[in-house]
Design a protein around this ligand. Structure first.
Ligand code: GLU
Length: 299
């Protein structure tokens, strides 16, 4: 079976150890099976994009010896495709306009969604109140279980109506939501396998449902544990993760391989980047990846 994987960072800061894990796992999964590996810049959320971050992320990937196939796809140049997908969902009655303000959503929400946010009550499902134009567009979800088998995390099942609610495709600030952009682009790029951090595990059923609604094939999904700080928080710019470019690339790669359960010889940390990749490609074992959502690490 042909294999096409991808790494899809959001350019909201420097590449850090947490993003290196997703890049490395997705690349080694692809390359160890003779597959292709693409890079997509998820700069769709314009307010969160940090100027210069995309360029420095790509340079940092190159410094770590990553080689990707084809041109980088930029989500900021794909807005027409997201608009077309939304129009199709609207035409089929699957997407609906929502006029609720943040305050109204908070007042009418009875439960929390799986990601800790508020579960939308579905107030505008049958139309917005008169004189109130839609602010956002939401996907009508079903009261049915969506399940998939993750080779690392096991079986994951969600009932979108109970766990997530009708989720946003186009936000009130005019930005397309990650869930729509990622699904449209994975299909557009012919991605067959998605390997990424387990922080996105709870998003996958939403993406599978959207793929069904749009008539796309679903890729296989694999979620590796995310690195957390000692307080158990995911490493990110917000939790003070250090930029990768402070350490030699071979040392970062060796540490990431160790985190992913691959037991690299410690002297690799002082070897060349090429030598680390050679070892990694020869010794990559998916079965050795720790079967959990998060693991603590020093920084
Ligand atoms: N852009 C997303 C992030 O940086 C990842 C998207 C994905 O791998 O599906 O968290």
């Amino acid at each position: 079976m042909p294999y096409r994987g991808r790494f899809a960072p959001s350019p909201t800061g420097e590449l850090h150890f947490g993003s290196l894990l997703a890049a490395l796992a997705s690349c080694l999964e692809a390359r160890s099976r003779g597959g292709e590996w693409l890079v997509r810049m998820e700069d769709v959320d314009a307010p969160r994009v940090v100027a210069g971050a995309a360029g420095s992320m790509l340079a940092c990937l190159e410094a770590h010896g990553f080689v990707w196939d084809g041109e980088t796809l930029w989500q900021s140049r794909r807005l027409d495709a997201y608009r077309a997908a939304l129009d199709e969902l609207r035409a089929r009655g699957l997407a609906y306009g929502c006029a609720c303000s943040r305050k109204e959503i908070a007042m009418s929400a009875k439960t929390r969604a799986i990601d800790g946010g508020l579960l939308y009550s579905g107030k505008c499902r049958h139309g917005t109140p008169s004189g109130r134009p839609p602010r956002a567009w939401r996907l009508r979800v079903e009261n049915a279980d969506i399940a998939f088998d993750d080779p690392i995390q096991g079986r994951v099942s969600q009932n979108l109506a109970r766990d997530v609610g009708d989720f946003v495709l186009l936000r009130a600030d005019g930005q397309f939501a990650y869930q729509l952009a990622v699904v449209v682009d994975d299909a557009f790029q012919g991605i067959t396998h998605v390997a990424r951090g387990a922080d996105l595990l709870d998003s996958t059923p939403r993406q599978i449902y959207l793929q069904r609604c749009l008539g796309y094939a679903a890729p296989d999904y694999l979620h590796v544990p995310v690195a957390t700080n000692m307080a158990g928080e995911k490493l990110s710019k917000q939790t003070g993760a250090k930029a990768l470019n402070l350490n030699p690339p071979a040392a970062n790669l060796t540490r990431a391989l160790g985190f992913l359960g691959q037991c690299p010889p410690q002297e690799l940390a002082r070897a060349s980047v090429g030598a680390v990749w050679e070892w990694a490609l020869e010794n990559w074992k998916r079965e050795a990846i720790p079967r959990c959502r998060g693991l603590r690490t020093e920084d």
